[in-house]
Design a protein around this ligand. Structure first.
Ligand SMILES: *[C@@H]1O[C@H](CO)[C@@H](O)[C@H](O)[C@H]1NC(C)=O
Ligand SMILES: *[C@@H]1O[C@H](CO)[C@@H](O)[C@H](O)[C@H]1NC(C)=O
Length: 388
């Protein structure tokens, strides 16, 4: 397009020169020169109007989100930093000492722990999560809906696969909630509706004051030793966010350690509400893993992209093309072709482009490494997915 525009404007100049070259009188010459110049100018202006502006609009349409994300440091200041609490752990240090290092006392009996999640379709990650937490959890609470947050009908994936979770059955409080299927609504409304239903289910599970309640998405997996520490130590904060290591697609692509949404609460009847936003300033360092879009099958990626609260990011239908998705996964690139969501230019630029591969499978959830054959796709060097 720009080449064509350049070419035709060049041609007009030539025609203009021919006409101008034939002029004899100086006055007439300068007059027509002016006219020629004006004509040239008009043509350029017209070209700009009819070619340049549509191209610009097209660029903004395709890359507008990127432009606004890139300029985000100008219009949005970073949130107040967390008060990050140093986290001490080694398997051979006594609980008494571990609590002491954190400035806490040790209890005679551990608190009861409730792990509550809203379930969508992350079956493998749920299995890894529950095995990781199993030694420390008194009650697993799981709610699932027949609607995604975006109002699409979905099967009750957990109910269909409940046999995979026999090890947790005796400690499971399971509930379902019917979707409201409101068309065109902001997905965050359905999400908060489901979270309120989860609050009720947690009460049904028998939680009482000072029990620990883990509030996190299924793919935000606290490490077992972190939960063990929090249940054994006395004076831990009433609410505490957990800093998790962010991974994308598998444990091959380590992004950063900035995941903070997961939190642990000492339950207070009538006060504690299940939430996934920032609730306090305290953040316990290095407390587990957040594995986003860690799915076995390409079809699950597509489902999640459509079901997810940020469905507006699927701006073009080719984003859902399976071979594109496979390619994006193997490169560690972004499924939605977005820029990093950061608050300073320095951080945006540092994170531009795909995530480099990691070759470490050290300090990952135990169940994953005890079942390497089953979960190979989550480990470094295994980005190819099945289509199923
Ligand atoms: C932890 O303690 C046990 C028993 O004392 C010992 O056998 C083991 O080697 C220790 N592990 C580490 C990593 O120091
Ligand atoms: C969703 O579940 C609710 C409650 O179980 C039920 O009444 C409703 O018919 C279901 N909707 C669909 C579309 O399956």
């Amino acid at each position: 397009m720009p080449e064509g525009g350049y070419y035709s404007s060049k041609k007009t100049d030539d025609i203009c020169e021919d006409i101008c070259g034939e002029q004899n009188s100086r006055a007439a010459l300068s007059m027509s020169r002016l006219r020629c110049a004006l004509r040239g100018f008009d043509l350029k202006a017209l070209l700009l109007l009819f070619v340049g502006i549509p191209i610009l609009i097209f660029i903004i349409y395709v890359h507008g989100q990127k432009i606004s994300y890139f300029l985000r440091p100008l219009w949005e200041s970073p949130p107040k930093p967390f008060n990050t609490i140093p986290h001490y752990y080694h398997e051979n240090v006594s609980m008494e000492n571990l609590c002491k290092f954190h400035g806490w006392g040790v209890r005679e009996m551990p608190r009861r722990v409730f792990d509550a999640v809203l379930f969508s379709n992350e079956l493998d990650v749920l299995e890894i999560r529950w095995h990781e937490l199993s030694p420390y959890v008194s009650e697993f609470v799981l709610l699932e809906s027949n609607s995604t947050f975006t109002g699409l009908k979905k099967p009750l994936f957990f109910a269909k696969n409940r046999h995979r979770f026999k090890f947790a059955e005796s400690r499971l409080t399971y509930g379902t909630v019917g979707g409201r299927f409101v068309k065109g609504e902001n997905p965050f409304v359905e999400e908060s509706y489901q979270r309120v239903a989860l609050d009720q289910l947690i009460r049904i599970a028998g939680i009482t004051d000072d029990d620990l309640l883990i509030m996190s998405d299924v793919d935000e997996i606290p490490s077992g030793h972190t939960i063990n520490l929090l249940r054994w130590c006395d004076d831990i904060p009433e609410k505490l966010h957990l800093q998790l290591r962010n991974y994308l697609y598998s444990f091959e692509f380590f992004l950063d350690d900035k995941s903070w949404r997961a939190s642990v609460h000492r339950y207070r009847a009538g006060k504690t509400r299940y939430a996934h936003f920032r609730q306090t300033d305290d953040l316990l360092a290095d407390s587990g893993w957040h594995c986003s879009f860690c799915f076995r099958h390409i079809s699950e990626f597509i489902f999640k992209m459509k079901a997810y609260s940020h469905v507006d990011r699927v701006r073009f239908s080719y984003y859902l093309n399976p071979s594109r998705i496979q390619d994006v996964i193997c490169r560690g690139a972004d499924l939605f072709d977005m820029l990093p969501e950061e608050y300073t230019f320095q951080e945006i630029i540092a994170k531009l482009g795909p995530i480099p591969s990691s070759y470490s499978a050290v300090h990952l959830p135990g169940h994953l490494l005890q079942n390497v054959d089953q979960y190979r796709y989550l480990l470094p060097g295994n980005c190819k997915r099945g289509s199923g």
